[in-house]
Design a protein around this ligand. Sequence first.
Ligand SMILES: *Cc1c(COP(=O)(O)O)cnc(C)c1O
Length: 219
Amino acid sequence: MPVDFVFYNSLIQFLQPYNATLVAVSKTKPEEAIRELYNCGQRDFGENYVQELLEKKDKLPGDIRWHFIGHLQSNKVKQIVPFVHLVHSIDRLSLLQEVNKQAARIGRVQPVLLQMHIAREETKFGFDQAEITQLLGEKDLAKFPNIKIKGLMGMASFTDDELILRAEFSQLIQTYQQFHVSHPGMDTLSLGMSGDYKLALSMGSNMVRIGSLLFGKRG
Ligand SMILES: *Cc1c(COP(=O)(O)O)cnc(C)c1O
C-alpha cells in the first residue's frame, strides 16, 4: 500500500494553525515508505520496536529525527540512547533511571516525555497523575541530570465515544498545563493518533502520532 500523499499534504496544512508537530508512525512499514515521506519533507518518524528501529535507522538518511513511542524494555535503552530524538514512552521510574544512566555514560542529555496512563484499558502503560506530580517536584528531577523532560504523552482508550476521549484527554491536559507554567522547558504534549488527532489538537495537543492514515492499516 503506497503512502497517501494527498492526505499527508492536507494533514500538514491542518496542523499549521495548531503549531503542532507530526510524528509519522512507521512501525511495521518498510524503509521505502519512510523514504517516500522523507522526500516530501517529513523528518519526524516514530517507531515502537528497538530492533526494527535499529535496522531502519542504518539504511535511512541521518537527519531523520527518530521518536521512540513503544513500550521500552530497560535492557534495550542502551541501544537507542545514542541517537534517539525523543523517547515518548517513559512509563516507570526504573526506566527513567536507566535512560539517565545510559545517557550519562555517553555524555548526552536525553529528551523524554512522561507517559501518563489515561485509558480505561489496563493494558496501556504509564504513570498516574500523583506519580507525575511527585516526579516533577524539584527534588526528584535533580536526580536525573542526564534527562530533559520535555512534556507528557498519552494514549486514550480505543473508542469512538467522544465523551470518553474528552475525559481521558482532559486529565492529561490539566496535568500538562500545571507543569508547563512551572517548568518552561516542558513544552510538548504528545496526544492524538489516526482516530482521535482532531479532537486532541482542539484540546491543546501540539504533537500528534499518526500511522495508519499515512501508511495504511497495519497487518
Ligand atoms: C501505533 C501507535 C500510534 C499510531 O497509531 P495509528 O492509529 O496507526 O495512527 C501512535 N502512538 C503509539 C504509541 C502507537 O503505538
